[in-house]
Write a protein that binds this ligand. Structure first.
Ligand SMILES: [Zn+2]
Length: 445
């Protein structure tokens, strides 16, 4: 019996549709995939579901859709109608009917400092009673107090303190997170922080990208010897990398921290080890940080309130993501907005993150960071959702996360919402209804 090629294709498709580990049905998907029309900088967005090549679809949305999952990956995306005849091949616990609720990719928090000892609520309290930053620094406060507390904590204590913050993020649908070192400022404590970051990911089955940030601040023992300290930072990096603890390299390039020449020395070591770079850039002034990141084809340049248009062009050319951190803007009562319109104009992808840290952004809600991105930075709801999914994945160099399409990791979040914009609109309400990581539903949310 002869089959036409069309019949063979159809038979193959039928085999595929009956062999998934899990199926999600009756779903509305915010895919953030170009395959389904996601194109945030297109001038002609349409609200219909057309995959017409000339039209983009907000959020890359697909309604009345279904997803097939196999071996921890998204194996198929289609319509409910396509999968319906094949549902009899599955046991009831393999099928999840989500009754028209929305599914997004697992959220990604791409810039955090969640591993640290102690906290700084005493300084928050003192400042509101009139103490100045100088008063607090003179009493050993500020970043130095976090460095002391982080050095003093053993690995288990640091894990327990940091785990609370991680769990708060996970409960809101974060399935991938970046965690930086940078409160040790000596080899042993930087190692301890990175080990805790890895251990948190292992215990809670989420993806952790670790970032070496020893060039965060000058430790007190190197006062007035910043170049000597940078030499140490350069020497520690290959050691920690050889221990499997480093996925990327970061620094704080600012008048009050390190110069671009000093950061360049660290980046040269990173490049020799094939490690990607990123930078805390243009938060308080412009000393050429984003231009430096672009020179090294960096993954991201972060903060950016004082970013200049020439640097934006360089970021666009090097495909560097702009990571925006409204939690720090809010906490510092900053008034200088990042240049959102110019970033749009040059099609630089924008990510949103909590920047969770004990000093300038004690924020453990990525949903609230998204809301702040809209309210404080005038981003659109589509921009902040893309900023916590597909663009955050790009900021971490994760090509198989942050979108719903075949071949990507099955990291998915189910939300009890009517429209994707609800996620950025509401403050303090967590509408989560399910979390899948690498093809497995989490037992408890
Ligand atoms: Zn930061």
């Amino acid at each position: 019996m002869n089959h036409t090629s069309a019949q063979i294709l159809d038979n193959n498709a039928t085999n595929t549709l009956t062999s998934f580990d899990h199926i999600i049905i009756n779903a509305n998907l915010a895919t953030f995939s170009a395959q389904y029309g996601f194109d945030i900088y297109s001038d002609n967005q349409s609200n219909n579901q057309s995959n017409d090549q000339n039209k983009s679809t907000p959020y890359g949305q697909l309604e009345n859709a279904a997803i097939g999952i196999k071996d921890g990956k998204i194996a198929w995306v289609g319509t409910h109608k396509q999968i319906k005849p094949h549902l009899t091949h599955y046991k009831s616990d393999q099928i999840k009917d989500v009754h028209g609720n929305w599914i997004t990719p697992g959220l990604i928090d791409c810039h955090t400092h969640i591993v640290y000892g102690g906290n700084r609520s005493n300084e928050f309290e003192a400042r509101l009673q009139g103490a100045s930053y100088q008063d607090i620094a003179a009493q050993g406060g500020g970043i130095v107090s976090t460095v002391s507390a982080t050095r003093a904590a053993n690995e288990e204590e640091l894990f327990i303190q940091s785990e609370k913050r991680l769990l708060a993020l996970i409960k809101e649908g974060v399935t991938s997170i970046e965690i930086k070192s940078g409160y040790g400022l000596d080899l042993d404590t930087e190692r301890k922080m990175l080990k805790v970051a890895r251990a948190l990911g292992d215990k809670h089955h989420i993806h952790v990208s670790t970032t070496y940030l020893a060039a965060h601040a000058l430790p007190p023992e190197y006062k007035d010897r910043a170049d000597d300290y940078i030499e140490q930072v350069c020497q520690w990096l290959p050691i920690l990398h050889s221990e499997g603890l480093v996925d990327a390299v970061d620094g704080f390039c600012e008048n009050i921290a390190f110069s671009s020449e000093q950061i360049k020395r660290v980046f040269d070591v990173a490049r020799s080890l094939d490690l990607p770079v990123k930078l805390h850039s243009e938060q308080l002034s412009n000393i050429g940080a984003s231009a430096l990141v672009a020179d090294y084809q960096g993954l991201s340049s972060d903060h950016l309130e004082h970013l200049a248009e020439d640097d934006i062009k360089k970021m666009a050319a090097s495909n560097t993501v702009a990571v925006l951190l409204p939690g720090a803007f809010y906490t510092l009562r900053d008034t200088k907005l990042p240049p959102i319109e110019e970033l749009r104009k040059h099609h630089v992808p924008m990510a949103i993150s909590t920047d969770c840290n004990p000093g300038t952004s004690p924020l453990t809600s990525l949903l609230l960071a998204m809301n702040m991105g809209c309210t404080l930075f005038y981003l659109t709801t589509e921009e902040v959702l893309a900023g916590a999914t597909v663009h955050a994945a790009q900021a971490l160099g994760l090509t198989k996360k942050g979108k719903i399409e075949v071949g990507c990791d099955a990291d998915l979040v189910l939300w009890d919402i009517a429209r994707p914009a609800d996620l950025a609109y509401q403050m303090g309400l967590n509408p989560i209804a399910g979390i899948m990581v690498q093809g497995r539903w989490r037992e408890t949310v």
